[in-house]
Design a protein around this ligand. Sequence first.
Ligand code: FAD
Ligand code: SF4
Length: 474
Amino acid sequence: MQKNVFQFLDVPRQPPRELPVSVRVLGWKEIYGDFAPAEAAEQSARCIECGNPYCEWKCPVHNYIPNWLKLVREGRLFEAAALAHETNPLPEVCGRVCPQDRLCEGDCTLEDGFGAVTIGAVEKYIVDEAFRQGWRPDLSRVAPTGRKVAVVGAGPAGLSCADRLARAGIQAHVYDRNEEIGGLLTFGIPPFKLDKAVVATRRGVLEHMGVRFHLGTEIGRDVAFETLLADYDAVFVGTGAYTPVDGRLPGQDLPGVHPALDFLIANGRRVLGTARDGAGPPELTGRRVVVLGGGDTAMDCVRTAIRLGAADVTCVYRRDEAAMPGSRREVKNARDEGVHFLFNRQPLAIEGDATRGVAGVRLAETAPGGGRASAAALVEGSESVLPADVVIIAFGFRPSPPAWLAEHGVALTPDGRIDTDEPRRYATSHPRIFAGGDAVRGADLVVTAVFEGREAGKAIAHALADRAVPPHPL
Ligand code: FAD
Ligand code: SF4
């Protein structure tokens, strides 16, 4: 098929249809719809196939974006799916949750003046549609090596590592303390951004590739780490970053104050139908909710609170909107769904008492300007109290290295991350322990966890093939 290189002049950027705001806030469905094949082909054909594709450079996994856009334009869906998996073990997830506006699409040549190619939506289309039509990764030419590796953590880092191990003929056994795979994909990111059926489909695909899951199994409690070291050739650690940043606000222990992840997990489990003992998120119907923080987790909390029927939801951030760390798209979605934003406000204390709970949040205005990292300068005499019934704290997360790492001589950085610095790359200071994802980088993105898991999987396969790691002792 002859390509019209000027298609972008005739065809505007057109993402898939969104659920209308009035409908989406009533439930938990993903808000973005699907491309029909003709729509995906038409939007893909807007790509001008830049000789030096900025989109691809900006993508943390360096997806072959113009190449799979071309395959979609030509209707070669299964080849596009295979190519998407060459660089990304979880493309259908990244197509949904990557902040494309500050990654591939933000750097697309067409972004300035014409509208970026809808890269994320096409990526999602390729894999959803290929899976629907029965395509699966082809491992028929992979020869088993007889090696086996334990993966601790079934988040995006662990799953990506398991994928690469399976492709290298290595038996991957993935352990997770949760009852389902996905890590924060399942027990953090809300269903309106990522439907949990997508993660369940991926689990089936990985099992089809030979990956074995041991769920509801916490390493260090249910199985000793020594057992993994004894039973496997190598171990990959992708345990994430779960220690909430402590704002040390007076009143943060009052009834009605909730840490962001507890709130999101409680709701996620309720929606999944796996809540324990009928536990669920706090009752928010008709209540005034204040969320402290300005990142993606804060956006997930405000949008969840809206869906739980809160009367009023306000996001309080200490800097201005331009300094917000998360995706612009999520801020827009939150605003469209009725969330109010208070910028340049520093929370000083949560007001209330132990009997009646939260009454409000004491705030001070901060001077405009200043980077995210620096402390915000307070404006003298600007204190006020924002009334609230419920406060959710979303100040981010720090690493949470399991104690057994240090006990086995694995070096950590001073801030608690697993040290895999040069020249080792993905290997820790222990010759048979590798690591990646938030546990190594600190809280970051799905796509960076995918990258690290992928590279660590390759590094383990190399090490085992080179006999740099001796066969496991049993
Ligand atoms: P995780 O996903 O945290 O997975 C770690 C896994 O290890 C967990 O399943 C945990 O149960 C398991 N584990 C830990 N210790 C043990 C043990 N001892 N034994 C067994 N299992 C163990 N990123 C984006 O790109 N886009 C988004 O929209 C986005 N939204 C987010 C929303 C929220 C609320 C949060 C908190 C994060 C969000 N992120 C987002 C960040 C992203 O989810 C993480 O960067 C990513 O999941 C990190 O992957 P990981 O595999 O390193 O860790
Ligand atoms: Fe195509 Fe945009 Fe990438 Fe250029 S930058 S190759 S136009 S998607």
